[in-house]
Design a protein around this ligand. Structure first.
Ligand code: FE2
Length: 719
């Protein structure tokens, strides 16, 4: 996408224009090649009557999409090209939401129209104004219709070149102009979109330092940016007005924690406040909370977690035993070993702590999942007791709160940042670099990569930068973040990212009330079916997949820049067959849309009552089971200022309605052929059906699971 080579070619990159035969040009307003029929290598005799081509230009609906600049067009066909002809002057057309028709006269038949060039030149003394062009349609005198999808901002004075919209892999290009355009677009893309190291041992990111240096095409729309920064400002303002941001003190009462925000209470935040201490809500969140991908079936108690029958007899009841339940497959484990050895920082001048707990869970015949035992380190012993539900109320609550703190870190750093945001950025940069706009996979993927680079640039600017929120309010700080991300990438596998494989590997196929799995499987299947249809359209056999060098370069970029070429990850470095390609693309779309929604959407609701998701702990994990008081508990969880800062961020990162494109809704028609359009409609119908099923299921739930309700899932990782 985003062909605007003039203004974004990097310093030192080759000036493409002299060798581009007018396909990509940096000189404006005049193009020395325009009007020369020999550009196409063909001379035509002049007919007596001019031949008219009808041109329809559609401008985007968003704010400030129209332009006052002079827009002209050149048509390029198999029999030569037209002269450059003006489409508008000073805002008379190409205004916001306009559909402008104009006849273009040509002195000869151009043959099949392969390309168009759009020229944007200054008009009088008017300042330059960017233009968002949706598409251009060209109809010949014989009634042949050619569509040119654009869907991009055109910034500055320049010429861009667009191909006719049929999706084509490299081997589909029949005409030399198509092949040349393809080659030149890829050169431009390589020069324009680069990789850089984010942190050592962590997936690479886009070579963009600040949001200000983002081209328009990668930026949030005006409404989305306004909503994003508006929410952040309001949240910080409210916390500031109430004085919480200036109070490095413990909360006096649990009730006071709800006062961080006046207006942001929802049924779920109230439910959490009322039930946060209950074992049932604690267990439920492993299934349908914001980190639902860590629970695993346990068939044998780990050696470093010496839970005995006597310890859990009270929880299991007299009619069964731990051994029997292990055999039945109703015992589950959550192990936070990855947090072991991750450094922590000081907050408010005091050392903070994390733990690497183990938590054993049981699914009761009624379906509820409850904790049986918690150990707060990986090393059993006298200083690391096994905490039980039968322990004194606040020491048991404290043990669970330590697990919730481990959840905060593994969720934000691994499930949310690494497995959603950083992966989405890897897919985005690889797509921008390796696939031209005419490639079917570009057309398939681009709606699922919208805004992913921008949100990550914002995260690097405000959250994970030096002095950012990680350094101000989260136990591990930026230093621990780097360590944890590196460890997590070392452990990340292709299986983890492929939903059905992940469910099988964790042994959670039979876990009851696991709505994340149930809804996720349906959505994975729907995406897979849609993707399979697209792949079958453009790849007739495995050889076609193997020979698509653009596809192979794209996969290789993801393997080498996203997974740092770690073969042990199981991520393919090349794709050999149609089924492999379908699976890989399904993984990409699912990760960017549904998986991100599952881990992003509930952050504020489940974290608003801070003890349910504390970002830091101020004392080391307890080494004895001595009872503690509520006051002692409040002196361990985060202070007022730390709480306020984290909640402000979680509030901003909620899904928002502004400029949100739900899964399967493609407002930009990158595919112009009928078959993919039909596949999109079938995908939408299937998602509607899934929505109905989820809606019906949720009616009977005390706490409806809505994170994977298709209308709530954004097409891309955009927030
Ligand atoms: Fe997110």
């Amino acid at each position: 996408m985003f062909v605007s080579p003039v203004h974004h070619a990097r310093e030192g990159s080759p000036d493409l224009s002299p060798t581009f035969s007018g396909l990509y040009q940096s000189r404006s307003p005049e193009n020395p090649y325009v009007g020369r029929m020999e550009t196409a290598g063909i001379f035509c005799s002049k007919p007596s009557e001019p031949i008219l081509y009808k041109v329809r230009v559609t401008t985007g609906q968003g704010l400030l999409t129209g332009t006052f600049d002079v827009i002209s067009i050149t048509l390029v066909g198999t029999n030569g090209e037209s002269t450059k002809q003006v489409l508008n002057r000073a805002g008379t057309s190409c205004s916001r939401g306009s559909v402008d028709d104009q006849d273009i006269a040509c002195d000869h038949d151009l043959g099949s129209i392969l390309l168009i060039r759009l020229h944007k030149d200054p008009y009088s003394f008017f300042p330059e104004s960017s233009w968002f062009c949706n598409s251009v349609q060209v109809t010949s005198a014989q009634g042949e219709c050619y569509l040119f999808p654009c869907y991009q901002w055109i910034e500055g004075y320049c010429t861009i070149s667009l191909r006719e919209g049929s999706a084509k892999t490299p081997s589909d290009d029949a005409h030399y102009l198509e092949r040349r355009h393809r080659r030149e677009e890829l050169v431009m893309r390589h020069n324009k979109y680069g990789w850089k190291e984010y942190l050592p041992g962590v997936p690479c990111c886009a070579d963009i330092d600040t949001a200000l240096s983002l081209e328009y095409n990668l930026q949030y729309s005006f409404p989305k940016a306004t909503a994003f920064f508006g929410r952040g400002t309001m949240a910080m303002f409210e916390a500031k007005v109430k004085g919480f941001l200036d109070k490095p003190f413990s909360w006096g009462k649990l009730e006071d924690i709800r006062k961080v925000f006046w207006f942001y209470h929802t049924p779920v935040t109230e439910y959490v406040f009322n039930h946060w201490k209950e074992d049932e809500l604690f267990g439920y969140q492993f299934l349908n909370g914001i980190n639902p991908g860590v629970i695993r079936k346990c068939t044998r108690i780990p050696e470093n977690f010496p839970v005995t029958q006597e310890m859990v007899a009270g929880s299991l009841g007299k009619y069964t035993t731990l051994q029997e339940e292990l055999k039945k497959g109703t015992i589950y484990l959550v192990d936070y070993k990855i947090l072991e050895g991750v450094p922590t920082i000081q907050l408010n001048g005091k050392r903070q702590y994390i733990a690497a707990p183990l938590c054993l869970l049981h699914q009761k015949p009624s379906g509820e999942v409850i904790p049986l035992a918690i150990q707060l380190s990986q090393h059993p012993g006298i200083q690391s007791p096994v905490f039980l539900p039968t322990d004194e109320e606040w020491i048991w609550t404290l043990a669970k709160t330590w697990v919730r703190n481990a959840e905060f870190h593994t969720h934000e750093v691994i499930a949310h940042l690494l497995c959603s945001h950083l992966m989405a950025e890897v897919f985005s940069v690889a797509t921008l670099r390796q696939l031209p706009m005419c490639h079917p996979l570009y057309k398939l993927l681009i709606p699922h990569l919208r805004y992913s680079i921008h949100i990550n640039v914002l995260a690097r600017t405000y959250l994970t930068n030096q002095g950012g929120i990680f350094d101000r309010a989260i136990a591990i700080g930026r230093q621990g973040l780097a360590v944890l991300l590196k460890k997590a990438l070392e452990n990340l596998t292709y299986t983890d990212l492929c939903f059905p494989d992940n469910i099988e590997a964790r042994g959670v196929s039979l876990l009851q009330n696991y709505y994340y799995r149930d809804d996720g499987m349906k959505i994975w299947d729907a995406i897979e079916s849609f993707v399979a249809g697209i792949v079958d359209l453009y790849y007739k056999n495995n050889l076609a997949v193997q020979r698509d060098y653009e596809l192979q370069a794209w996969v290789c970029d993801i393997f080498s820049k996203g997974f740092l070429a770690k073969r042990s990850s199981g991520i393919p470095s090349s794709i050999r067959s149609v089924p492999e390609l379908t699976k890989f693309l399904t993984m990409v779309i699912f990760t960017c849309s549904a998986q991100h929604a599952a881990v992003n959407s509930g952050q504020f609701e489940l974290g608003a009552f801070m003890p349910n998701l504390p970002s830091s702990m101020r004392k080391p994990p307890p080494q004895v089971k001595a009872p503690i008081t509520l006051e002692e508990f409040l002196d361990i969880i985060p202070e007022m200022n730390t709480t306020s800062q984290v909640l402000s961020v979680l509030w901003v990162l909620r899904n928002e309605d502004f400029d949100m494109k739900p899964l399967g809704q493609y407002h930009e028609e990158h595919f112009t052929e009928e078959e993919p359009k039909q596949l999109i409609k079938a995908f939408q119908r299937r998602l509607e059906h899934i929505s109905e099923e989820i809606k019906h299921r949720n009616e009977s739930l005390e706490l409806p699971y809505t994170y994977l309700y298709p209308p709530n899932i954004e097409n891309s990782t955009a927030i």
